[in-house]
Design a protein around this ligand. Structure first.
Ligand SMILES: *Cc1c(COP(=O)(O)O)cnc(C)c1O
Length: 390
């Protein structure tokens, strides 16, 4: 009987609209890529997580086609019954090797990897200490455990230490952090986090969804960028951003930890094996990044160029070295209005205002890709200047 639910939904939906929080989904009528077609208009795309430009390219699609031709469509099984094919083992090995971790295990998404991680290892006698700006999937994953939960102020090492001190008698302590925070482009201070973890005997979990394939000299992520690879205990990441963009994810960790996940992790045991076409595309992307270091370099150069041109033009540029480059606006309405004007100028970016981001922190989150040319970046800055009247 729907009659009890409908009026509740009607009220809630109206309230979302009244608060101007309604999220309209723009329909793209082309492949994902540097250039997309929206409402019959060709636009340069600056808001995808397509950092290396793999999405929509022939290379990943052909790798996916080849994997499907070889392994067939769909296992109709979870991994431990009859869903493990050669390509799953190949991708797990390639992922662990790329990241410099002992082993890796595949999940359908990074959301599911995070959910499958904490409840497997941590119980009532343990404590999880989590950055306040961690991704929703970590927040929900941590809620599903019976562990003591502590939230530390964003990247605040003094607060993290105080929290660690307060739970030092727990059996296990784990610090959970995003490698890169998606709204601000902040890079987690993993070296300091690992130092504190050592001091207090805590484990370190990093969700590197925005950084795998992106940060570090060879794209191995935030651990490479911060020189902490050997010190990270659990590294989760996705193939759904830089490494092809379709989906699929992993946890890379110590050998015993991965063995234990295969035995006990509920989102692994009770959910279908990762789709093989995506496995093939992910293998292709991992290999390509290693064969073509110039791709990560191009992404870095594009990001640096955009940041310096925008700063020179007088914009307030937040973040640091990650291609997530928030352009900050003092007036809430200006972020959304500027994004709208840029759309008419052939540029696709999205303005975020309160309550998606804190009051007074409205922004356009520009995401740079290795697929952009230098001309694209200069065109973007020119248009920002033109529509802002700078
Ligand atoms: C995007 C993202 C996820 C979700 O990844 P999926 O593979 O799409 O589920 C998880 N964590 C972080 C930090 C993310 O940015």
């Amino acid at each position: 009987m729907y009659t009890a639910l409908k009026p509740i939904l009607d009220t809630e939906l109206q309230s979302i609209k009244d608060q101007s929080l309604w999220k309209e989904e723009r329909v793209i009528m082309s492949p994902q890529g540097r250039e997309i077609t929206v409402e019959g208009k060709k636009l340069l795309n600056f808001c995808a997580n397509n950092y290396l430009g793999f999405s929509g390219t022939d290379g990943v699609r052909e790798a996916s086609d080849a994997a499907l031709a070889k392994w067939g469509f769909g296992q109709a099984s979870v991994r431990f019954i009859c869903g493990t094919q050669g390509i799953h083992k190949e991708l797990e090995a390639a992922t662990a090797k790329f990241l410099g971790m002992e082993d890796a295990i595949l999940y359908s998404s990074c959301f599911m990897a995070n959910v499958g991680l904490f409840q497997t290892f941590f119980g009532p006698e343990d404590a999880i200490i989590s950055d306040e700006l961690n991704h929703a999937s970590i927040i929900d994953a941590v809620r599903l455990t019976k562990s003591e939960r502590l939230i530390y102020a964003h990247m605040d090492m003094a607060d993290l230490e105080a929290k660690l001190e307060s739970v030092k008698d727990k059996r296990l302590k784990v610090i959970a952090t995003d490698g890169v925070f998606s709204m601000d482009g902040h890079i987690a201070p993993l070296k300091d986090i690992c130092d504190l973890a050592d001091k207090y005997g805590a484990l370190v979990m990093v969700d590197d969804a925005h950084a795998t394939g992106v940060l570090g000299a060879t794209g191995r992520g935030t651990p490479e960028f911060t020189g902490t690879t050997e010190r990270i205990d659990f590294l989760t990441g996705t193939y759904g951003k830089a490494l092809g963009g379709a989906g699929g994810a992993f946890i890379a960790s110590h050998k015993e930890a991965v063995d234990f996940l295969r035995q006990r992790s509920r989102t692994y045991l009770f959910s279908n094996a990762m789709e093989v076409g995506t496995c093939g595309a992910s293998l292709y992307a991992l290999d390509y990044v290693q064969q073509h270091p110039e791709l990560v370099k191009k992404l870095k150069d594009n990001t640096a160029l955009f940041r310096s041109l925008m700063s020179e033009a007088g914009f307030n540029v937040a973040g640091s070295e990650h291609p997530i480059t928030p352009i900050m606006f003092a007036e809430e309405k200006d972020a959304v209005e500027t994004a709208r004007k840029l759309f008419t100028e052939g540029i696709y970016v999205v303005g975020f205002s309160f309550p998606v981001v804190p009051k007074g922190k409205a922004r356009i989150r520009v995401q740079i890709s290795a697929a952009h040319t230098e001309e694209d970046i200069r065109f973007l800055v020119e248009k920002f200047v033109a529509v802002s009247g700078k």
